[in-house]
Design a protein around this ligand. Structure first.
Ligand code: DGY
Length: 326
């Protein structure tokens, strides 16, 4: 029996690749960098299934070039702003993602960033490595405390709730703005984003990127934050107007920012944000633990294989493609 033809746009963990190789006739892109648009369009031609990463833009053009036999697109990420989902839905193609399994890893990183920005950890390490540490000093590298302060979560989905759970152990009061979310882990809902920004000493964003969140963190948003507040983003870089963030950080309008995600990615080394001591930036590592990446690879492979078999995907972003509710 001939195996279904698939393209995997980058090397993912063996936990997933082994499943893909067993069930499919798979081409796996070996380069460290994603395939260019041109190469992607060439590789998808005639495919039965596509396993892609958040660095690949999948839209109607890609799907049409692939052809009408394409049965499934599986994204190796929980976020799916790289995929024009309505284009897939219009063509009856189910799209899979990897929710749930990266919740703890991402919440851990959000908390690590929050603590590191509050206590100036990466700045302190740079200070030490630059040979500037001459003695213990009562006023060296002073940061801000967590205990008794308020953490405001913009978005209270899986990851937001996991951050709230961690915050309780640090003596933080947690509030959130997320219409319709049920309160959990002692967190209190607020009725507007303005209220959240006015009350919070730490603001952490946990929303997907969409039309209503794109550039949500702009000059107006930052102006409403407390002067000593810390801003954390582990969602998507395009949620933030980076020019406005730079202004807020240089004018000490807020104390510090910590970003796992930037716009664009990778962040060009010429970005003004990289000149700031009070801006900590890491390269989109929210889900980067061995177990989490194994789980993501396995789930992405299982979504792919289910789609190839004509079965419902374990995690489908556009279940409306299953018009017969199977
Ligand atoms: C996702 O899955 O959307 C993350 O951003 C990558 O870990």
């Amino acid at each position: 029996m001939t195996k279904p033809k698939v393209f995997v746009t980058r090397i993912i963990r063996d936990a997933g690749l082994d499943l893909v190789r067993e069930f499919c006739d798979a081409e796996i892109w070996q380069d460290d960098l994603p395939p260019t648009r041109e190469v992607l369009l060439e590789k998808v031609r005639g495919l039965d299934g596509l396993l892609c990463l958040l660095t690949d833009r999948i839209d109607g053009e890609v799907l049409d070039v692939a052809g009408p036999q394409l049965k499934v697109v599986s994204n190796h990420a929980v976020g799916f702003d790289n995929i024009v989902v309505p284009d897939a839905t219009a063509r009856g193609i189910p799209v899979g993602n990897t929710p749930g399994i990266l919740t703890d890893a991402t919440a851990d990183l959000a908390f690590a960033l929050l603590l590191a920005a509050a206590r100036r950890v990466s700045e302190a390490e740079r200070y030490l490595r630059a040979g500037k540490w001459k003695t213990w000093s009562a006023s060296m590298l002073l940061g801000v405390d967590l205990a008794g302060k308020t953490l405001g979560l913009v978005g209270f989905g899986r990851i937001g709730r996991a951050v709230a759970k961690r915050a309780a152990g640090f003596g933080l009061r947690v509030i959130y703005f997320s219409p319709n979310a049920t309160p959990e882990f002692g967190a209190t809902p607020v009725s507007s984003l303005d209220e959240l920004l006015h009350q919070s000493d730490f603001v952490s964003v946990h929303t997907p990127l969409n039309q209503s969140t794109r550039q949500m963190v702009n000059a107006e948003f930052l102006a409403k934050m407390k002067p000593n507040a810390v801003f954390v983003n582990t969602s998507r870089g395009q949620v933030v107007d980076q020019e406005a963030l730079y202004q807020a950080l240089t004018s000490s309008q807020i104390f510090a920012a910590a970003l796992d995600v930037t716009d664009p990615e990778p962040l060009p080394m010429t970005s003004p944000l990289l000149t700031l001591e009070n801006c900590l930036i890491v390269p989109h590592i929210g889900s980067a633990s061995e177990k989490t990446r194994d789980d993501m690879a396995r789930l992405a492979a299982n979504n792919l294989i289910a789609g190839l078999k004509g079965e419902r995907l374990p995690h489908c972003i556009n279940p409306e493609v299953y018009t017969d509710n199977k």
